[in-house]
Design a protein around this ligand. Structure first.
Ligand code: NAP
Length: 538
């Protein structure tokens, strides 16, 4: 990889992060607006979340034909996915294909982490510093740091004394990890843990799964794509381009308009059965009111709990796995490949941390209240300091020495998840307050990146040198984010990472915008068409 920059260079725009967002932002600003740009990236290659997430079973939950950039017809024609859900290695191939096709790597500085970003009021630009001491100046900073990039290893007493190896799934060794003949413990049963369990259990001598909150999961039914489907996607990509933009979560399936109460119990069960067989996230699209009406939701929740009990033959495990305390899809709904079936193996154990919590870790393994588990490897599938963590990690200081961490001590405040009052010329891609994690990410990313491009282009045409979210606009937008979330069941799940509840001490605020990508895009477009109403331009 080329690190072609000398110290203290000046740029029109510095983009932080070389994932889906950062790469497309570089194309928009460098190739379409002709700006002098640089991406600074911590890893030694492109990929963002997929650079770091190489854990066993890591696979995208969005169907491959939708988990793609849609900005280039040529790219859509040139690339062919092989499976219904793309695996992590294939996604890295794709993102490298994009980076090479658009000649992006020459403007990426790899192996450098931004550890400080400070706005200079006198010169109206940003100074950035990296972990190796490099300094940069830039008029604009675009934080394309991802929503789920700040890994969370819980602070469990004694972890340092553990004599085996431990890994977080979001920081998985590039060389892989062998589980052959190993006794493995895995903490965490979110989307990641549910993907990892079947693959680890198939290789390890023994796997103990430590579950704090039982979780729903729908079979993914992953499979190779047929030649007909591959041809169809290439031929009809304009159809998907339009479809993905009009559907609330940017996924390639319709959300039904029918309510649970519109159908008989028999018909409802047939609909659930069919969706279970088809597999994937569209299970939650079977009825319109699953995420807004608790009674409707209960029917889906009970259906899935029934499936778990039917699948898992060990009654104790079946009870622990189906003892779910929140509505289906109230937390991010995982999909899996043989997760529940894996508990029928004879080399697996399941510990319910609610009744038997972890007390400490010692040199040999994990001590819970009731048992000690000797382990060679501990896998932390324990999630992220989501959405705000990656931004706060950059130690951002805005106008009048305003620290982002102070501004956000009660929770994030943004206008549209795109800008923060007091931090001029800093844009956040899929920031808190935007649809982001509630959508198919590439769709949300393309919308944000293009909005930022159009905004910078407008500023240049009108000779503006600074843009900043207005405080009142941000407050009003925060109210809207809350109001929309409160129409759903999502904020009722008090242990959800959408609220920051997984990180001790983190302010509990519902972070993503739940009104859907089309509605959100309409709001952003209206603001753009009104000369960036709600932002201060100077
Ligand atoms: P997560 O959903 O936050 O799950 C973390 C798991 O670790 C939960 O089971 C959590 O329990 C448990 N945990 C956390 N701290 C713990 C502690 N101190 N002691 C015991 N258990 C603890 O994280 P994730 O599974 O990595 O997924 C995060 C998000 O990444 C997903 O929701 C999804 O948006 C995304 N993701 C996407 C894909 C994809 O295919 N596109 C795949 C994987 C992940 P509690 O539930 O009790 O907190």
């Amino acid at each position: 990889m080329t690190n072609n920059t000398s110290n203290n260079q000046e740029y029109d725009a510095i983009i932080v992060g070389a994932g889906f967002a950062g790469l497309y932002q570089l194309i928009c600003l460098r190739d379409q607006l002709g700006l002098n740009c640089l991406i600074i990236e911590t890893g030694d290659d492109v990929g963002g979340t997929w650079y770091w997430n190489r854990y066993p079973g890591a696979r995208c939950d969005t169907e491959s034909h939708a988990y793609s950039y849609y900005f280039s017809d040529e790219l859509l024609k040139e690339w062919t996915w092989s499976e219904r859900y793309p695996g992590h290695a294939e996604i890295r191939k794709y993102i490298n294909f994009v980076a090479n096709k658009f000649n992006l790597k020459k403007d990426i500085l790899f192996n450098e982490k931004v550890i400080n970003a400070k706005f200079n009021e006198n010169s109206n630009n940003w100074s950035l510093a990296t972990n190796t001491g490099k300094q940069f100046q830039s008029k604009f900073v675009i934080a394309a740091v991802g929503c789920l990039s700040n890994t969370n290893i819980p602070n469990i007493k004694g972890l340092d004394s553990f004599e085996g190896k431990y890994y977080h799934t979001g920081n998985w060794p590039k060389t892989g990890v062998s589980f052959v003949n190993k006794k493995v413990g895995q903490i965490g049963t979110g989307s990641t843990g549910i993907q990892a369990v079947p693959v680890i259990a198939a290789e390890a001598k023994h796997l103990t799964v430590f579950q704090r909150t039982a979780n729903y999961s729908i079979p993914a039914r992953n499979a190779p794509l047929s030649e007909e489907f591959k041809d169809h996607v290439k031929k009809d990509h304009n159809y998907y381009k339009e479809f993905l933009k009009r559907t609330p979560n940017g996924h390639p399936f319709e959300i039904s308009s029918r309510l649970v109460s519109d159908v008989s119990t028999e018909e409802m069960n047939q609909i659930y059965e069919k969706a279970w067989e088809k597999g994937g996230l569209q299970f939650r699209a079977t009825f319109n009111d699953l995420v807004t009406n608790i009674d409707a939701n209960k029917t889906a929740s009970e259906f899935i709990k029934g499936k778990i009990r039917q699948t898992v033959t060990n009654k104790k495990f079946a009870n622990i796995l189906s003892d779910i305390d929140h509505p289906y899809a109230g937390k991010r709904p995982p999909i899996d490949s043989h997760y529940f079936e894996t508990f029928n193996r004879d080399n697996i154990n399941l510990i319910d941390l609610r009744s038997n919590p972890i007390m400490h870790i010692d040199n040999e393994g994990i001590q819970t209240k009731e048992n000690h588990f000797n382990l060679d490897i501990i896998v932390f599938a324990t999630g992220y300091d989501a959405m705000t963590g990656p931004l706060l990690n950059m130690n951002i200081t805005g106008k009048q020495n305003l620290k982002l961490k102070d501004c956000w001590k009660e929770g994030p405040q943004t206008f549209l998840g795109l800008q923060i009052p007091g931090f001029p010329n800093l844009f956040t891609i899929t920031g808190p307050g935007s649809p982001s994690v509630l959508t198919n990410m590439p769709m949300a990313i393309e919308q944000h990146v293009e909005w930022v491009r159009d905004c910078i282009s407008y500023m240049s045409n009108k000779n503006h040198s600074s843009i900043e979210a207005d405080q009142k606009s941000a407050e009003k937008w925060g109210d809207e984010v809350n109001a929309v979330a409160n129409k759903t069941l999502l904020p009722t799940v008090k242990h959800s990472w959408y609220l920051g509840a997984n990180i001790p001490g983190k302010p509990q605020v519902f972070m993503p915008y739940a009104g859907g990508l089309p509605k959100y895009t309409e709001v952003c477009d209206e603001i753009k068409n009104n000369n960036y109403k709600g932002f201060k331009l100077a």
